[in-house]
Write a protein that binds this ligand. Structure first.
Ligand code: HPA
Length: 288
């Protein structure tokens, strides 16, 4: 084997455990459910749960009480595998650990990967409660989710990131959202500190519409392995404070209000993800 053999073994071990739990039908679509979105997995039919703690190769959630599960089942007619919870760089995990679950779900056979997250708004017209389809990304973490080995079993070393967010999947999501889906560029930062107002202004200058602490490495890993990617952000707050990074010393964020809006928006995001998967399944049935 070329590249990081121990990493390949970890991914293969997780894949084997998921395969044992996924019979008879291999998942077609993989989901990564960001904070507050775990409930969508509960809508899976014939659900089987594989806790991360039963998989020694999976990075364990550092925060006690955070759900860390794979859920395998069906949404509509489509067999799916979902991650309830994910690993972040800010928890001290390596880039390889952050993308391990995505690699395993792709190895299991998932052709499309839907990545969801909570994000702060950078663009002036975005606000808490909005849903944003990701058109492109800025990876500002300083590391990559690709296996850099010259001959990696995960795919080409130099990953083509043009069109990384599948235009057809984004069109399906836009259609399913019936006009309620904003579109924009997601900037991925390491965190865990939120942005200063100056950093939020810098991100705007760089071309970001929203900012968060996940997703970008998973997108690179998924693209290296040739999966189609859809990214959906739930805007929970204005980055850099309520003034959106415009004026230092603006009004402080009201966390209770942010959480209230986020709870509402995540329910809508869950419904949107389900609608996209249903349409994806219907489209594939029509093609057959
Ligand atoms: N910044 C970075 N990550 C985030 C934010 C933010 O404002 N909100 C939710 N995740």
């Amino acid at each position: 084997m070329a590249g990081d053999e121990s990493e390949q073994r970890r991914v293969a071990s997780i894949t084997a455990a998921l395969r044992a739990a996924s019979a008879p039908s291999a998942p077609r679509v993989a989901l990564v459910l960001g904070s507050g979105l775990g409930a969508l997995a509960a809508r899976c039919e014939d659900a089987r749960v594989v806790p991360f703690r039963d998989l020694p190769e999976m990075p364990q959630p550092a925060v006690a009480g955070h759900a860390g599960n794979f859920v395998l089942g069906r949404l509509g007619d489509t067999p799916v595998v979902a991650m309830q919870g994910r690993a972040h760089l800010y928890e001290g995990h390596s880039p390889a650990a952050v993308v391990r679950g995505v690699r395993a779900m792709r190895s299991l056979g998932a052709e499309a990967i839907i990545l969801t997250n909570a994000a702060g708004a950078i663009r002036p017209d975005l606000d808490a409660g909005d849903l944003m389809g990701i058109t492109d990304q800025l990876n500002l973490t300083g590391v990559s989710g690709a296996d850099a080995a010259a001959s990696s079993p995960f795919g080409p070393r130099f990953v083509d990131m043009q069109g990384a967010f599948d235009p057809a999947l984004l069109a399906l999501a836009t259609d399913a959202a019936q006009g309620s889906l904003a579109l924009g560029v997601y900037a991925g930062v390491r965190g865990p500190a939120y942005e200063t107002p100056a950093e939020a202004r810098m991100l705007r200058t760089l071309g970001a519409d929203a900012v968060g602490m996940s997703t970008v490495l998973e997108v690179i890993a998924a693209r290296q392995m040739g999966a189609r990617v859809l990214g959906l952000s739930c805007i929970t707050n204005r980055a850099g404070g309520s003034t959106g990074g415009g004026v230092p010393g603006g009004e402080a964020l009201d966390h209770a209000e942010v959480e209230r809006i986020a709870g509402h928006a995540t329910a809508r995001l869950g419904a949107l993800v389900e609608a996209v998967i249903t349409r994806l399944g219907a489209g594939e049935a029509a093609e057959r």
